[in-house]
Design a protein around this ligand. Structure first.
Ligand SMILES: C[S@@+](CC[C@H](N)C(=O)[O-])C[C@H]1O[C@@H](n2cnc3c(N)ncnc32)[C@H](O)[C@@H]1O
Length: 298
């Protein structure tokens, strides 16, 4: 099966059986959350979620390279007044399956509007859980460095004696810091909290994440030309991010309408990709429109 730079229609568990072992560098995905959006693309009952997900995770484990990373964007929902444990249960079961639970990132949705609930506040963040097959996974930290920020001006201008030496953690964690290492640096490493706005422009799919989100992880865990898989692809956001970052992609989606949506959404960006150029894209690319809505002449 041809799978490079493709959108494939079907159940990811079945489609992935056609892929060779150890062929993917990064899996980045947001599966249906338990029972949510039942009316748009279905849902799985929270108590059945782990059993539903594990056979798929087993295929992800098989196709991921030993140096690769799997990022799972998910959040536990509230059931009968308390957070359900299906995400935590899933982590435990995936560890038993052979995964390492290496890290966890938080996506803070920085454009949320306020709300009022009797016993909780606006749910304003989601988990991005990192799994690996091996402790020696590929990671390119320089690719996501950020400007040092204003804090440095005051803090680094007034260094204490402790700031000038490596200060070991008082908790005995083995982690330490030497604040003076950052004097004169313009760029620093980010934290594991990502502040990104939610996607509001894509109205044809109800659960899109912003292109910025997969882009960040694609830069961190892959190099140009490497292979990114989104097995629950929806409207193709991960593929869009992969193309823009010069990576190869495979998107799998069970709903045919969303496969078409993803193809249309990425059509213009795919021209020139290997396997696409010679076919001049397998689908129609919309002509650019002028300001009054008329199709522009080629
Ligand atoms: C949360 S949405 C993904 C949205 C996507 N991140 C985006 O930005 O558009 C989950 C998607 O998984 C699809 N899906 C559900 N079960 C699937 C399966 N077994 N195999 C492949 N796709 C599936 C749903 O149709 C839905 O579009």
């Amino acid at each position: 099966m041809e799978f490079v730079n493709r959108f494939l229609h079907g159940d990811c568990e079945e489609v992935l059986k056609h892929l060779p072992d150890n062929s993917i560098d990064l899996i980045f995905t947001s599966p249906p959350y338990a029972d949510q959006r039942k009316n748009t693309y279905g849902g799985v009952a929270p108590n059945e979620y782990v059993d539903w997900f594990l056979p798929k995770a087993s295929q992800f484990l098989r196709v991921l390279k030993p140096t690769g990373t799997f990022i799972l964007n998910i959040k536990e929902r509230v059931v009968n007044g308390e957070r359900h444990t299906y995400v935590l249960d899933l982590i435990v079961k995936m560890r038993e399956q052979g995964w390492l639970w290496t890290e966890e990132f938080m996506w803070h949705k920085k454009n949320s509007y306020p709300g009022k609930w009797p016993n909780r506040f606006r749910d304003n963040w989601e988990r991005l859980i990192q799994f690996n097959k091996d402790k020696k996974f590929a990671m390119y930290q320089e690719a996501v460095m950020i400007p040092v920020g204003d804090w440095a001006k005051g803090r680094l201008a007034n260094l204490s004696e402790t700031d000038k030496i490596r200060d070991e953690s008082k908790a005995g964690s083995g982690f330490g810091k030497n604040v003076s290492n950052w004097v004169g640096r313009d760029m620093v490493y980010p934290t594991n909290v990502l502040h990104m706005a939610t996607e509001c422009a894509n109205r044809d799919h109800s659960a899109t994440f912003p292109v910025e989100l997969p882009s960040w992880f694609i830069k961190l865990f892959t190099q140009p030309g490497e292979m990114v898989l989104d097995p629950f692809m929806g409207s193709g956001t991960t593929a869009l991010a992969a193309i823009r970052q010069g990576r190869k992609f495979l998107g799998i989606e069970i709903n045919k309408e969303y496969v078409e949506l993803a193809r249309k959404r990425t059509a213009r960006e795919q021209i020139g990709l290997p396997g696409i150029a010679e076919k001049k894209a397998a689908y129609k690319v919309a002509k650019p429109r002028s300001k009054n809505g008329a199709k522009a002449k080629p």
